[in-house]
Write a protein that binds this ligand. Sequence first.
Ligand code: 9MR
Ligand code: ZN
Length: 783
Amino acid sequence: MKINTLKRSLAALTACLVLSAGTTMMPITSTAASNIISNSTFDSGTTDWGIYKESGGKATLSTENGKLAMTVTDLGSLNYAVQLFYDIVPLYQNGVYRLSFEISSTVDRYVEAMIQQNGGTYQAYTWMGLDISSTPQTINHEFTMEAETDIMSKFCFNCGDQGDALGEHKIYLDNVVLELVDDSNVNYSSFMPYEPDIMTNQVGYKPDAKKTAVFRNVSGETSFSVVNADTKAVVHTGELYGETENLYAEEFDWLGDFSAVTEPGKYYITCGNLDDSYEFEIAEDVYGNLLDDSVKMLYLQRCGCQVVDSDFGHPACHTSKATIYGTSQTIDVSGGWHDAGDYGRYVVPAAKTIADLLYAYEKAPDLYGDNTGIPESGNGTPDILDEARYELEWMLKMQAESGGVYHKVSCATFPGYIMPQGETGKLIVTPVSTTATADFCASMALAYEFYYDIDKNFAENCLAAAEKAWAFLDANPKIIFKNPEDIVTGSYEDTKDVDERYWAAAQMYRATGSQTYLDYLNSTSAKTGLDWSTVGDYGNIALLTMKGIDKTSKAYTNALSAVKQQADGFAAVSKYNPYGVSLNVFNWGSNMTVANAGIILGLYYDITGDETYNTAANANLHYLLGKNPNGVCYMTGYGTVSPLNPHHRPSMAVGKAMKGMLVGGVNSRLEDSAAKAYLANSPSAKRYVDHSESYSTNEITIYWNSPLTYLLSLTEKAGNTSSVKGDVNADGEFGVADVVAMNYYLVIREHDLIDWQAGDLCEDGVIDSFDLVAMRKLLAENS
Ligand code: 9MR
Ligand code: ZN
């Protein structure tokens, strides 16, 4: 049988139905009489079939004589304690289906066959009770899908406990056919997400920002208009330009520049027969609330304390002592933030989050108020620092006596879709890793600097903990964490710790100025990465932003060239991508990678003052907030179309998306059932689905929010501004050293001005010889 052809055409149809622009309907008859089940005759093994086991159920799967054969050795204590399943069958509401299969068993027994919701309430869409025996019988069953369309329902057989004790036996299955025989009453448009024709940042733009929209499905249109949403007046018209075949999104894109529109207000864009864009705003403070919410989300992720919120408030959760894996020893590790859509707490991603928050604050302290509505609001410390401290206090509890740091704390498995206080299973602290220890060391050294003026005691505790961690690292070679077999929660497994050690050394050097760390840095190459698994760029940031660092040191120059190389790469990709995003490859958490690219670009703009990098940093921000092939603003609660069904347990339990969370975004690898069901035929740059089961595209995490916070700090306060005119080396005063630096910059064209804006004495946005002349004059006047 041409199984693969059938599968492909069905998948293609499904993908088109779900994802194509809402203009063309698929010919509905084309689904009829195609077998939805791919491996239906078991000529090629058990592919696509599996067994779910729980409550004591035991079984194995194989094939025998071209049939699927399940050997049941223990029925368990529930009817679904042994469940044979085929994941992902699309059922469309009002579709009429025919199901048939041949089934037998080596013992007489009862089984249930059904197609059900894969998650949620597990409601059965169709159900049959069957008495089976060693004589194969063919079951024919027709049904209408009454429930709402479910693209990823699950076909399964409950083969667990059914009242009688049965010895070991086998169940055979063959010739499984599921066909949509009548779709005349299916309203396909009801579940097709709309794809806009014109994409902009849906939140909006600052008045002086570069603003471009992407246009697709263009057929003959050559110009566009920007319309004031309130007055309906056309405020700007422009020409489409830059037609590009976008291979990653499988579309042709045009651009339209409307940077000329600077008047604050609400606007949308029209273009011939294309659908109007969504509305967006132009305002100086257009990202203010979003920035606050990006941090406020962390409060709502707090663990171990009561959280007050009208929707997501909950009593203290996960307060019991945790058992150290493999021992009977228990310790208190309460506190911190739930990592993501699950309730695990993991040191490695926590460290990334801390770094983003503290550097975000360092870059733009005036953006962060003391009134965002957290319990510490009004205490005189900016809320972002209070929030970060909540996590730091927890991290301190994760340090073992040895100085090493436990990798994580969680239950053994992920809980159901419940609020956090509902997860009451045993908490397990897993062993120390050097990745967690080095990340911890870096975070604590960083914290020391930020809390010194706020709470000296706390700051000194942080530094002492960092030093203890460093001593552990010094004494121990790499210790890599891997989930033990009985723990399935996030592993954050990383086989290399050199970048973590590099970051720790850089941060220790920045905090203490001690030669030991500089020697370490000078004796190694710069590392890169702002991910949970590669963190070298945090080391680079530490060095490049360190006051008074010797800029001729190998540590500094290595860090600078590592950042330059990445920034150049990101700027180039951004320039040639119609959406302006710096990625061509989209993996799990790609929105973090986009934000991270923006951070490197923003940082390098601060160092060089070269507008190219600032433009590219902003372009990545615009991508995240709506100017992307899916036309989705990936921050919940913002823009016109944002995720409504994030994979986030509190949101799923409450039935409403928590506001202010950045979802993972496009992941071309189809790493969950929903992604497989919805996206198999989508182009790589569009593989995102707003489905709560799509944890590989639509989950949220603390460390996907935090780089957005940092990126916003960088783009809001782009450029390194010193109040001292001419102070290009940003040492707080203007003098000969600044003139030398300026000379060096202009002659050798090396980007070496820390504060380029201070050097723009002619105030024309560029640094050139006129500024140097003005600087010399200023120096003469001063002396
Ligand atoms: O963000 C992580 C991603 O890079 C990995 O590919 C993925 C699979 O290992 O795990 C992601 O992290 C998840 C973590 O393991 C558990 N909490 C939710 C995280 C986000 O999906
Ligand atoms: Zn908790």
